[in-house]
Ligand binder design. Structure first.
Ligand SMILES: Cc1cc2nc3c(=O)[nH]c(=O)nc-3n(C[C@H](O)[C@H](O)[C@H](O)COP(=O)(O)OP(=O)(O)OC[C@H]3O[C@@H](n4cnc5c(N)ncnc54)[C@H](O)[C@@H]3O)c2cc1C
Length: 220
């Protein structure tokens, strides 16, 4: 485990007791989330773009078609803020004021660059594929040279990060605890449904285990 330095940029001011700065808390949140939001500013205009990510060691990987604005901006070495949110539940308090959500979120800061080395690029693509469904890389057709050429992968060095975690029941107290209404938490786990076979499949292949029993990392 290592800690990110706490600075004015990443110090959680609101509810600091919900904050964590260690990789043991932060990395599993990055690994469980299927999407992140990449924030950056161009000419004082902020943009926040949802996209797929994967963590490779201490770097965050993003990929996309060559020429995309976001990836070009990342490759230029501009400062980025990336957020990841896992929504765990709806917190229904007795008071409107105390309604909340249970969540695990990460805000991280860094700068990125395009991965040019072919072997590292392939390893990064494997990491992205396996992030979505562990086992898929071995089964799917590998990328051709042309497909690799058309794909940009950037690696963001995570300079700074924080996690914020809220879990547990509503925060009502005092006389509000007697208010005559149901209160509690509605859990909202990611629950994959039965996979749907592509109607264009002319052969019926068995569903791999990682399809039939799809789960996110960190989830039983
Ligand atoms: C699902 C969900 C729902 C939320 N709903 C609300 C809401 O309705 N209203 C509301 O005010 N807030 C909500 N929050 C909390 C929100 O993310 C912010 O933490 C909060 O608004 C304080 O923002 P701030 O910039 O004033 O925080 P500050 O504490 O001043 O932020 C300082 C630094 O702390 C870090 N930080 C702040 N928030 C987070 C975070 N969530 N995760 C990781 N690091 C963080 C960042 O590095 C940030 O620069 C929600 C969070 C989640 C995940």
């Amino acid at each position: 485990m290592s800690d990110f330095e706490i600075t004015p940029r990443n110090r959680v001011m609101r509810y600091p007791k919900r904050a964590a700065y260690d990789t043991d808390t932060i990395y599993p949140i990055l690994d469980e989330a299927l999407v992140c939001h990449v924030g950056f500013a161009i000419d004082h205009q902020p943009f926040v773009i949802p996209t797929i990510h994967a963590r490779m060691g201490d770097q965050l990987l993003l990929h996309g078609l060559k020429g995309g604005r976001m990836l070009e901006h990342v490759n230029a070495g501009n400062p980025l803020c990336v957020t990841v949110t896992l929504l765990d539940g709806l917190v229904m308090a007795r008071t409107v004021f105390n309604h909340s959500m249970n969540y695990r979120s990460v805000v991280l800061y860094g700068r990125g660059a395009t991965i040019e080395d072919p072997a590292t690029k392939l390893a990064a693509l494997e990491c992205l594929t396996e992030h979505v469904a562990r086992g898929r890389w071995a089964d799917a057709r590998p990328p051709t040279d042309k497909e690799l050429m058309a794909t940009t992968i950037v690696a963001i060095e995570i300079e700074s990060a924080s996690a914020k975690v809220r879990q547990g029941p509503p925060g009502d107290d005092g006389e509000d605890l007697e208010y005559p209404v149901w209160a509690g938490v509605i859990p909202l786990p990611v629950m994959p449904q039965a996979a749907e076979t592509d109607p264009k499949q002319t052969v019926v292949y068995p569903q791999p285990d990682y399809v039939r029993h799809y789960r996110r990392p960190g989830r039983a």
